[in-house]
Write a protein that binds this ligand. Structure first.
Ligand code: ATP
Ligand code: MG
Length: 363
């Protein structure tokens, strides 16, 4: 018996459609997952088995093969748990397969069957909409984020709830519409004493989205001023907010209870940050600080202490407004606008440590 569920694999900021096929055959009972799953995805086996048992559903005593198609695409993370469990339940006719086929699904399973949030719900929902699927079974926490994509999220807390919903015996609660946040609690220039020139420089940088180099003796307020820049930037438009939310969602950095980031982000990485942490990287590339600060402010405090390679790596994103990361499996592009484009880069070297080259580069 065969059943299918639709889900997505993250590749950079994109979600590619993945079909989860579950096939039950006669023979020695067993469970295998094929289709290039990574370690976390391979471990879905144990979570799915425990989740189904905890939801007091029946684990089919068959030879179970789960295929994640297309088989050539690497599948990373734990978001495949829920679709795998549902495909197995559909193959053993514990949920109606035709109803499952009308949905996409996403979520990690706890051993007790609870559904946990995973990164990238927004891009997965957008991809589902593009694939012509209008409902996404997802963790309750991710539902408001998924709703931003204009599809109908079906928030489920537990595998048993997902099954009951697909059998038509449970109606999930409606998803609250998202309210744009008020101008937050970001500190602005109110508390700054004097410093007319520095304040003017900050205002010009904010208005024209220019990059800024703050230099001066220790204790004169460089760090304090730089941290106040986001407070005088205007709120993001909905389109910009979605762009920023997508990046933070994929990086797993969306604060709980805040599905839409509509204030300009502020990132101040420590000077020991690696090149990959600054511009993004890793085997399944993840956005770095330059992209997390997209449409907002990237502060490099104690500039002279940063690894030279990290500063050099910022050149290309500063020029182009995006980071292109190439891996064997393909290329990912993360946006990283700044300067005259859309973000602001603030360089605040420690007073005694402004390397001449850094100054020349910043100029
Ligand atoms: N003009 C100002 N108005 C209000 N507070 C200020 C002002 N200038 C400095 N301060 C306060 O002085 C302290 C030191 O400032 P800050 O850490 O920003 O200095 P800095 O220039 O970054 O020093 P360093 O070069 O050592 O990094 C902070 O608590 C800051 O709030
Ligand atoms: Mg400082």
């Amino acid at each position: 018996m065969l059943a299918r569920a639709l889900t997505h694999a993250l590749v950079g900021l994109e979600a590619r459609p993945v079909e989860v096929e579950a096939h039950l055959q006669r023979g020695v009972p067993g469970f295998s997952i094929v289709g290039l799953p990574d370690k976390a995805c391979q471990e879905a086996k144990e979570r799915v088995r425990s989740g189904i048992a905890s939801a007091e559903l029946e684990w089919p005593l068959r030879r179970i093969t789960v295929n994640l198609a297309p088989a050539g695409l690497r599948k990373e993370g734990s978001g495949f748990d829920l679709p795998i469990a549902l495909a197995i339940l559909a193959a053993s006719r514990q949920v109606p397969p035709e109803r499952l086929a009308e949905h996409a699904a996403l979520g990690e399973l706890a051993l007790d069957g609870r559904v946990r949030p995973v990164p990238g719900a927004l891009v997965a929902a957008e991809a589902a909409r593009r694939a012509g699927v209008s409902r996404l079974l997802c963790p309750t926490e991710s539902a408001p984020e998924a709703a931003l994509a204009g599809i109908e999220p079906v928030p489920v807390r537990h595998l048993a709830e997902a099954r009951a919903y697909l059998r038509g015996t449970f109606e999930p609660p409606p998803v609250e519409p998202i309210r744009r946040s008020a101008n937050g609690s970001h500190p602005d220039l109110v508390a700054v004493r004097g410093q007319e020139r520095a304040r003017r420089a900050l205002e010009l940088a904010a208005a024209g989205r220019h990059n800024l180099l703050l230099a001066g003796p220790p204790g004169t307020g460089k760090t304090m001023l730089a941290r106040r820049l986001p407070g005088i930037l205007p709120a993001l438009t909905l389109e910009q907010a979605l762009e920023v939310t997508r990046i933070h969602s994929v990086a797993g950095l969306l604060p709980p209870g805040q599905p839409l980031l509509d204030r300009p982000p502020f990132r101040a990485p420590h000077h020991t940050a690696s090149t990959a942490a600054i511009v993004g990287g890793g085997s399944g590339p993840r956005p770095g600080e330059a992209s997390l600060a997209h449409q907002g402010v990237l502060l490099l405090d104690e500039l002279g202490e940063f690894h030279r390679s990290a500063l050099e790596a910022l050149r290309q994103p500063l020029e182009d407004g995006f980071v292109a990361i190439s891996r064997v499996q393909g290329q990912c592009v993360f946006p990283a606008h700044r300067g005259s484009r859309r973000g602001v880069l603030v360089l605040a070297p420690a007073a005694r440590l402004i390397p001449r080259q850094a100054l020349a580069r910043a100029a």
